[in-house]
Design a protein around this ligand. Structure first.
Ligand code: FES
Length: 129
């Protein structure tokens, strides 16, 4: 099978009912902590749980809000505000801009899944010709 650039592995993280609207939940996906958020309008968004400003895994405990039309999360540590859709820091509070990684989220039946880029074959793998 050939993996296109947009193909993803969809990895189950939790049940939709596990996610409380406007609250984050932390999940471990491929050894990485992901903070999954369910908004009041039903949107699901996933960003890195690692707060780049404090180095602590706390974004799932951040305060969800909005800035205009933009859904945001504020770090519970130093209060930087990030766009939940893109991970961009909107309020660096005088620090160097740092951003959060993001992943697409989908629901299959009742299972929340995070989309990861399909893993490339390992360099040593034999390729059938
Ligand atoms: S947009 Fe200003 S810090 Fe990223």
């Amino acid at each position: 099978m050939t993996a296109g650039p947009d193909e993803r592995d969809w990895l189950a993280v939790c049940q939709l009912a596990d996610l409380v609207p406007e609250r984050g939940a932390a999940a471990l996906v491929r050894g990485e902590q992901v903070a999954v958020f369910r908004l009041l309008d039903g949107r699901l968004l996933a960003v890195a749980n690692l707060d780049p400003f404090s180095g602590a895994h706390v974004m799932a405990r951040g305060i969800v809000g909005t800035r205009g039309d933009i859904p945001t999360v504020a770090s519970p540590m130093y209060k930087q505000i990030f766009d939940l859709r893109t991970g961009r820091c909107l309020e660096p509070l005088g620090k160097e801009p740092l951003h959060l990684a993001t992943w697409p989220v989908r629901v299959a039946d009742t299972v929340v899944m995070i989309g990861y880029p399909v893993r490339a074959a390992s360099p040593g793998a034999l390729v059938p010709t």
